[in-house]
Design a protein around this ligand. Sequence first.
Ligand code: ZN
Length: 171
Amino acid sequence: MSIENKCGICGEIHTEYPAFTFTYPNPYYWLTDEQKSENVKMDADFCTIQYPDRVDRFIKVVMRQKIKKSRLYLDYILWVALDEDDYNDYLFNFGNENHEGLYFGWLSNALPDYKFEKSIPMDVKAKTGNQRPEVYPVLDFSHPFVADFYHGITKEEAEKRVHHILARSPR
Ligand SMILES: [Zn+2]
């Protein structure tokens, strides 16, 4: 065990990192209590929000943030918005372990320490074996979050995020 593997914050060696999980897509938090109970349908993998003029559709996905010079990933369990066709295709095939597909979505959670004044387009890869779909920010979209995703974050940054997760989760 080399010193470099030790966490700079707690001094332990993390062999895996806890996932950073978002309970709801961000627009949920902008609703009134009445709207939350009347207009939202949600389970572990799907969420719809009914507005007077439209329905917004979200699915739960995983994003695996790579870390420089490390085998570990930091997993984010988050929500992306899909259009009606993609949402229905994913819903129709949910539970079909042979289903795979590529969808297009919009990131619907705000990761800490980034400014999201514009929505981030995401490629959504539905995988065989009933795994949670994995998302990748659209490569040529200019945003620090997208750059970090593809370049990897530093071990120190990962540790900072991990301890942020550990601090907020009830244990
Ligand atoms: Zn640590």
